[in-house]
Design a protein around this ligand. Structure first.
Ligand SMILES: *Cc1c(COP(=O)(O)O)cnc(C)c1O
Length: 387
């Protein structure tokens, strides 16, 4: 059997019937990766539908400002505005290859739901998106987008009525109709084999960036934001083998890691179980999973992908947190200096330049992954600058 762990992290902390479904998924996934037809169809659609490769942009004005060479990996230029479509495309092609008729997915802010509904429309599959009732209220525009794309948005009214409960109900539904349904998971989290699958489909970011940076020299530093960790593991995958590259994962510090209002799993979390995996989890003294907060909807997750927990443990990647205010300042800076309005998630990675650059000796080549564009966040950005 394949190794389901990254060091002590990962695994399948789920019931027997879910395990069976996951094992079947793993076998079918491994077969698909060896199928040239599958791989070339994935690559064709990444190019013709998603718009890849995304550019690596030399940010001249930002580079002058910080005194280092800053390069931006432009996932914001993907169709639907972020990296999430890479993964949705891969998984839904896999679903189709497995003969499934219906795609099930969870969504928090709606970004993964929109990416999934988009690809389901393209490939002609039925699509059901589970979303907390509270999130549905907060993200009306994305709910409408999904419906326009032909998906059914199902409100989840259990617990806090947000992402965590949506995941639980989506998995339950998937397992109850396993013959026709495929569960499309949105980040590098959950039970094995999902972290492996999501990493593979997002590794296109790192593969491209590694090739693109060559024209400028050697990459010294990589920075990406971490929610569940899919855009981060995607770009990191191109550089993990090269020990001379320093790698940073940046989480949401919210109102500050010493308040209760943050999602800084790596800074404040402890080893635990969440959504079928063993990983670092933000939890209370009694082990109950903490409520998390961030100004960016994509980063407020109380766990993190298991490979990130491992990369932290072996000290290959350094993790840190950036507050709401620091992220919004970086968002404003990039917009003004480079004409690029990033997603608030991505602004957390950009904000780390402010902390890191003054500590560096000699001029460095730094790649920041711009995981998405700010269009979806205009309302939040407007409110935050006009309080
Ligand atoms: C969802 C999202 C994230 C966070 O998810 P990861 O799995 O950690 O990448 C980051 N940036 C954007 C733009 C997103 O939409």
């Amino acid at each position: 059997m394949n190794n389901q762990y990254y060091g002590q992290f990962g695994g399948q902390y789920v019931s027997e019937d879910i395990k069976k479904a996951l094992d079947e998924l793993d076998i079918e996934y491994e077969k698909a990766l060896k199928d040239e037809g599958f791989v070339s169809e994935f690559q064709r659609l990444l190019k013709d539908f998603v718009g890849r490769p995304t550019p690596l942009t030399f940010a001249k004005n930002l580079s002058d400002y910080y005194g280092h060479n800053i390069y931006l990996k432009r996932e914001d230029l993907n169709h639907t505005g972020a990296h999430k479509i890479n993964n949705s495309l891969g998984q839904i092609l896999l679903a189709k290859r497995m003969g499934k008729k219906k795609i099930i997915a969870e969504t928090g802010a709606g970004q993964h739901g929109v990416a999934t509904a988009t690809v389901a429309a393209l490939l002609g599959l039925e699509c059901e998106i589970y979303m907390g009732a509270v999130d549905i209220e907060r993200q009306k525009l994305n709910v409408f987008r999904m419906e326009l794309l032909g998906a059914k948005v199902v409100p989840v009214t259990e617990g806090l009525q947000t992402l965590s409960e949506a995941v639980t109900v989506a998995i339950r539904t998937w397992v109850s109709e396993i013959d026709k349904s495929f569960y499309c998971l949105g980040s590098a989290v959950g039970p094995y084999p999902y972290p492996k699958i999501v990493k593979e489909f997002q590794s296109v970011i790192g593969t491209e960036a590694k090739e693109q940076i060559k024209q400028y020299g050697h990459a010294d530093i990589i920075i990406a934001c971490v929610g569940g960790g899919s855009n981060a593991i995607g770009i990191f995958s191109g550089f993990l083998d090269d020990e001379s590259v320093e790698i940073y994962g940046i989480e949401a510090g919210g109102k500050g890691v010493d308040t209760k209002l943050h999602a800084a799993t790596m800074t404040k979390g402890k080893v635990g179980i969440i959504h079928g995996m063993k990983t670092i989890v933000l939890q209370e003294d009694d082990g109950e999973i903490s409520e998390v907060y961030s100004i960016s909807a994509g980063l407020d997750y109380p766990g993190v992908g298991p490979e990130h927990s491992y990369l932290k443990e072996i000290k290959r990647v350094k993790y840190d947190a950036i507050t709401d205010d620091e992220a919004m300042e970086a968002l404003r800076l990039l917009s003004k200096k480079e004409g690029i309005i990033p997603a608030i998630e991505s602004a957390h990675a950009l904000a780390y330049l402010e902390k890191l650059c003054p500590t560096l000796k000699g001029k460095k080549n730094i790649i920041v992954n711009v995981s998405g564009r700010g269009d979806k966040d205009m309302h939040t950005i407007f409110s935050s600058f006009n309080m």
